[in-house]
Design a protein around this ligand. Structure first.
Ligand SMILES: *Cc1c(COP(=O)(O)O)cnc(C)c1O
Length: 426
């Protein structure tokens, strides 16, 4: 299969090329040329998660260098569980946070790391990534000791939680984390300018691991597919999914899974107070803006980078409105939801998952799967004062917390950063 730019169907690349480039040369995002239709009767119920993923992703990999490696990629990347828990009769929780850095970003980052390490056998690649929290740790962990790749992570000073920072700065060898005196948007701008800068391009063979990379999105189709098939077999009903949303990457993967024919009834996006999508659905006007800080910080996005992919999928306002539904939660809604879910069910949820649980309360009696995007232990500073209880620390978190960290502070200036990284690359 080929992958085309959202801005021009004539820009066509193989999957490997699309993964390596990140962004199309016209500034568009890569999307599959078509979404292969599946016949769910063909999936045996006994497949493991990696086997299932290989089967549903296979068409996307057809005729690509990576095709023969796909099962290995899935097996190495998805070495953790993907449980579907029941909250009550018509609410379920899909826990996507059992990977090494405890957020759903482990799925995409680990899959991409396997792909890029294979693709960089002849030429070392430098992955550059801006993070507002969970991407940084997932990418660092996924690429750690992948011998064909170096990683540079930029994160904003004083804008992420202490444990998030710990998880980003506890690596060595091929991982370099830089604390930038600026905002997340500044970090993202630095990455963009590095990509446009000839010195950086020539010396580093840059590639991106942000959710614009198609290599991160494709593996996210798998868990929607897997969960919906299991749900359908178990309950003979089609579930709806509620997806906590920031850059719209996870949401795009959910729509792709639905359009491929997996048994998904509908999809609802949950946002925090950064409710650009909610406003777009109401007004028909897409008005990106600066992000505002909320309790669900991994969703603090004012201009979602994957909006272009959703718009490509639903290419008129009417079509968009007929397919996309979104509900936003304020910080107060998030706090109240964390509290009530704990009191009612003795379950501790993270602030991002809370936006989806809040949305669940506004929706029908039909069955809904809330997508749980992070383990609560990453946000103990927010949760513990609300439920007045210590959040248990999973073994993966303890392992990372026990590692020493190193903070390297830089100004938001590419020339300064260039000096720091030339030591790292030596
Ligand atoms: C990144 C992230 C999100 C938002 O996902 P997008 O794909 O950017 O929409 C939600 N929750 C958590 C915990 C995250 O880390």
């Amino acid at each position: 299969m080929d992958f085309i730019s959202t801005r021009n169907n004539e820009i066509k690349k193989t999957l490997s090329q699309a993964i390596h480039r990140g962004l199309a040369e016209d500034g568009g995002l890569f999307v599959p040329e078509y979404l292969p239709k599946v016949d769910i009767k063909k999936f045996s119920r006994d497949l493991t998660y990696p086997e299932f993923s290989e089967k549903i992703l296979h068409t996307f990999f057809q005729n690509d260098l990576l095709e023969k490696k796909l099962l290995d990629i899935c097996t190495n990347a998805f070495m953790f569980t993907v449980p579907l828990e029941k909250l009550n009769d018509n609410t379920f929780i899909l826990e996507l946070f059992h990977g090494p850095t405890l957020s759903f970003k482990d799925f995409g980052a680990r899959f991409l790391a396997e792909c890029l390490n294979i693709l960089s056998e002849k030429h070392k690649t430098t992955i550059m990534v801006a993070t507002s929290g969970d991407t940084g740790s997932a990418v660092a962990s996924a690429f750690y000791k992948k011998s064909n790749c170096n990683v540079i992570i930029l994160y904003p000073a004083n804008k992420i939680s202490i444990r998030q920072q710990h998880q980003i700065t506890c690596w060595d060898k091929n991982i370099l984390a830089l604390e930038v005196n600026g905002t997340f948007d500044d970090c993202q701008d630095l990455v963009k300018s590095a990509f446009k800068n000839p010195w950086w391009q020539q010396h580093l063979h840059l590639s991106s691991a942000n959710s614009i990379n198609i290599g991160r999105l494709l593996p996210q189709i798998s868990y929607y597919a897997y969960c919906s098939v299991q749900f359908y077999h178990r309950y003979h009903m089609l579930p709806g999914f509620i997806v906590p949303t920031g850059n719209l990457g996870n949401a795009t993967a959910a729509y792709w899974a639905k359009l491929m024919g997996f048994p998904i009834r509908e999809i609802v996006l949950a946002t925090n107070a950064n409710k650009i999508i909610v406003d777009y659905l109401q007004t028909g006007e897409y008005a990106p803006r600066h992000s505002i800080s909320t309790l669900a910080n991994a969703m603090d996005v004012g201009n979602p980078s994957n909006f272009e992919r959703l718009q490509y999928l639903f290419n008129s306002y009417d079509m968009f409105k007929n397919n996309v539904k979104a509900i936003s939660a304020t910080d107060d809604d998030i706090r109240l939801t964390i509290k009530s879910i704990y009191e009612q069910y003795k379950r501790i949820i993270c602030p991002h998952t809370a936006t989806a649980c809040f949305a669940r309360q506004q929706l029908s009696e039909q069955p809904w799967v809330v997508v749980a995007t992070a383990d609560p232990s990453k946000f103990e500073n927010i949760i513990e004062p609300i439920i007045k209880l210590k959040v248990p620390i999973p073994s993966q978190m303890q392992y990372l917390l026990d590692k020493p960290t190193k903070v390297i502070n830089v100004n938001k200036n590419l020339v300064d950063i260039q000096e720091v990284i030339s030591d790292f690359l030596r």
